[in-house]
Design a protein around this ligand. Structure first.
Ligand SMILES: [Zn+2]
Length: 257
């Protein structure tokens, strides 16, 4: 695992913190705390990344070493598309872990936020040959919108980045086979809504298939369901996210520091 420790930061420089970066920091830190609230954590692993609005292609990522419950706005690390920290940081960055994210940030249009999880039910569905079963309310909303990418090992090499982009095509999220879930969006709220829908679909699938035989949904219903749910209306996504943010605010506002 390639990690840049303090003191090995390349191109670190004094860079003023813009209003956009400040806002992005608080929003992303809130998102980490929301993931923690939902139990979507894997010790210090996994990432949620967010591009900071502005002319430069800079991103915020979790400091490698902190649990999501410990992440604060100021501890998030600003990095470039290669995963190099842009400023001095007390914490290292898991550059290897950023490779999947940077592939999406760099190659898929309109991707400002990328989220990756190793939830048990998400991984379980990723381990199933048939993948996501379109047999529940949430899976039906994602019908035809989920990509699959084969597992090629932990570290994503350059050649695999191209294959990942090809696997994704024009889908809304990707199930990394034998591995986990990956979703993205133009904003944190929109990426969150996609991942949440996929996560719920996996939860229900694993619960239902453990209990009995899955009841199929008539195929003619899918198009209408996808149309009615839309790819997540922006306003709804924002309302959902801010409601979740109020929950983490009520628990512990320290993430805003
Ligand atoms: Zn992973």
């Amino acid at each position: 695992m390639t990690i840049y420790h303090q003191g090995t930061v390349r191109a670190a420089r004094k860079l003023p913190i813009s209003k956009a970066e400040l806002e992005a920091r608080v929003q992303l830190a809130a998102c980490y705390r929301i993931f923690n609230h939902l139990g979507w954590t894997e010790m210090i692993f996994n990432h949620i990344t967010l591009r900071v609005a502005g002319p430069e292609r800079f991103f915020l990522i979790n400091p490698f070493g902190l649990h999501y419950s410990e992440i604060t706005a100021s501890s998030l690390v600003l990095i470039d598309i290669e995963g190099n920290p842009v400023r001095e940081s007390k914490w290292p960055v898991n550059r290897a872990g950023f490779v999947i994210h940077s592939t999406l940030h760099g190659s898929i249009p309109d991707v400002n936020c990328v989220m990756h999880t190793h939830t048990t039910t998400g991984m379980a569905v990723a381990c199933l040959k048939e993948g996501l079963s379109p047999t529940n309310f949430y899976a039906a909303q994602l019908y035809g919108g989920i990509a699959y990418h084969d597992f090629e090992g932990i570290t994503v090499e350059d050649a695999e980045r191209e294959r990942l982009v090809a696997s994704i095509g024009d889908k809304r999220a990707v199930i990394l086979r034998n591995h986990g879930l990956l979703a993205w969006g133009p904003s944190v709220a929109e990426a969150y809504m996609t991942l949440w829908t996929l996560q719920r679909a996996c939860d229900v699938q694993i619960a239902a298939s453990s209990a009995g035989t899955l009841n199929p949904i008539r195929s003619e219903v899918f198009a209408q369901t996808v149309r009615e749910s839309g790819p997540g209306e922006k306003r709804t996504c924002e309302d959902v996210f801010t409601a979740m943010q109020r929950i983490v605010d009520a628990k512990d506002r320290s993430y805003r520091d």
